[in-house]
Design a protein around this ligand. Structure first.
Ligand SMILES: N[C@@H](CCC(=O)N[C@@H](CS)C(=O)NCC(=O)O)C(=O)O
Length: 221
């Protein structure tokens, strides 16, 4: 049984989750692995108590415990899961195709998950009256300028970023989650809109869907 440490909370506007941990959660689901979600105490992400820093030296989520092994950083965890639990394969075979998956994952991390998405996502963790709407719009505009045109172009006629669903798509599941809550218009990016719908239609999306309660998304026995 793998333990996934993350942040997830229920609010009147949906169940909100860590984007980086969501990237791992969908891979645990895609691989059919047995796992338990361990939800961090409120404030631990910012207070970073010693017992948390002992498991992740940066005091971030996600990290996993797999037996007596601790692995942190969503990209490292997903590659570990792929290496340790190779079926079903979420990485292509050739060195070039694998590099392509990693580049797309890196783009998602840098341009989206630590780039423009937090501007839009973090305010959703506060009451509507407390949200900095100008900052949220800056996040949307950043996505419109950089990530969304890139996804639109990269997809071409493919269903997923590298043809078949792969680790390259896992981080974009978190984008699908945030944009489901936000409802930002994607009319200028029709391929991307259909791609995000395709991601939301996967069975694995239920574990990060804003419509899934904490009780219904706490792992797989
Ligand atoms: N590169 C890391 C980033 C992890 C990250 O920034 N996680 C956020 C939550 S989504 C966090 O823990 N933030 C608290 C902090 O930055 O101290 C990964 O992919 O796991």
């Amino acid at each position: 049984m793998i333990h996934l440490y993350t942040t997830e909370r229920e609010y009147p506007w949906g169940t909100l989750r860590s984007t980086n941990a969501s990237k791992v959660k969908v891979v645990l689901e895609e691989k059919g692995l047995s796992y338990q979600v361990e939800r961090m105490r409120a404030g631990d992400l910012w207070k970073k108590p010693p017992e948390f820093l002992a498991k992740h030296p940066l005091g971030k989520v996600p990290f996993i415990e797999d037996g007596d092994r601790i692995i942190y950083d969503s990209s490292v965890i997903n590659e570990y899961l792929e290496d340790q639990y190779p079926q079903p394969a979420l990485m292509p075979a050739s060195a070039l195709d694998r590099a392509r998956v990693r580049m797309l994952e890196n783009f998602c991390d840098e341009a989206i998950l630590v780039g423009d998405l937090p501007l839009l996502w973090m305010p959703y963790w506060s009451e509507p009256s407390q949200r900095d709407t100008a900052r949220m719009e800056k996040g949307r505009e950043g996505l419109r300028q950089r990530a969304l045109p890139f996804i639109e172009q990269t997809l071409g006629d493919q269903a997923f970023l590298c043809g078949e669903f792969s680790l390259a798509d896992a981080g974009y599941m978190a984008l699908a989650m945030v944009l489901q809550v936000d409802g930002m218009a994607l009319d200028a990016f029709p391929r991307t809109a259909r791609y995000l719908e395709r991601l939301r239609a996967r069975a694995s999306y239920a574990c990060i869907s804003p419509a899934s309660s904490l009780a219904d998304s706490s792992g797989r026995p």
